[in-house]
Design a protein around this ligand. Sequence first.
Ligand SMILES: C[S@@+](CC[C@H](N)C(=O)[O-])C[C@H]1O[C@@H](n2cnc3c(N)ncnc32)[C@H](O)[C@@H]1O
Length: 315
Amino acid sequence: MDLFAAASIVTAAQQTGLFRELLAAPQAASAFAEKLGLDRRAATLVLDALVTLDLASREGDFYEASPQLRSWLRPWVGGNDPRPHLWEHTVAFLRSGEPRAHMDGTPAEREASYRAGVAWLGEHFEPFARELAGKLAQAPARVLDVGCGSGVWSLAIAERSPTTHVTGQDFPQVLESFTARAQQLDLGERVATIPGDMHAVELPAGAFDLVVIANVLRLETPERAASLLARLARAVAPGGALLVVDALAGGTPERERARALYALNLALRTRAGRVHSPAEFASWLAAAGLGAVETIALGGRTGPMGAVGALLARR
Ligand SMILES: C[S@@+](CC[C@H](N)C(=O)[O-])C[C@H]1O[C@@H](n2cnc3c(N)ncnc32)[C@H](O)[C@@H]1O
């Protein structure tokens, strides 16, 4: 792919409103041109290019948004959506090193940032979560999901196993997404919640067969990530395990690219957020007193979410 062409076409479609109109309804190139004040021939050429990038589809003379574009631009409900202009901040970031948003701020800032976005994250992670649930050797009876968001990872485990009970831990307003998803999946009777800051809430010692922490440690400095894992290890029952899901995948050019893009994406919207290495995670798990670490590879999909992988450490 010609990267400069793709970048320019996407930027042009974003800035002229073409993406917005593509999402609104299927339309002919002439209708897009008239509504947005564009040249008709140029609009046709750019729309055809968007089709080749899998961002639009064409039926006769009519163009509409592809499922991929719809998914990426689906608005976050009820809160700040940092995504549309995040990548546009790259030039300013390169010059200043300053992020555009602070999604790793105080507990109150984190709650406000995530309450709107976690349902969207849940949709994106769902195929990976179902795959991971299928790869776990045993169905755990008591699961704690820390920074659970929509609960996509732990609820996928409960979906497969009728004896699994899930406790979701997150900020109160974010837990609304967890409870809603559990109800949608008909799992409402098998969930409980622990609201609050994961660094401070009381977690019952040795009470869970599986503690999950998915896509959360990247918001923490190495010191805080290590101390949080030590805290979570104490909640694991003897014989139980701690499961870390994060931007851990690598080893193929596509996954290395996904990891690098994710690291930049995180830097554009956090102050201290970091993509930690698998070796760092393994050393923190060992320091937390957990045993051998098993790596679980997930999915072949590329894109920023394609960097996701898992580590399982037993107590
Ligand atoms: C990137 S989201 C991941 C959500 C979910 N685990 C997933 O993989 O889709 C990070 C989650 O961590 C939660 N979180 C961040 N800091 C937290 C804290 N100090 N205490 C509790 N939850 C926190 C956020 O509210 C958010 O739900």
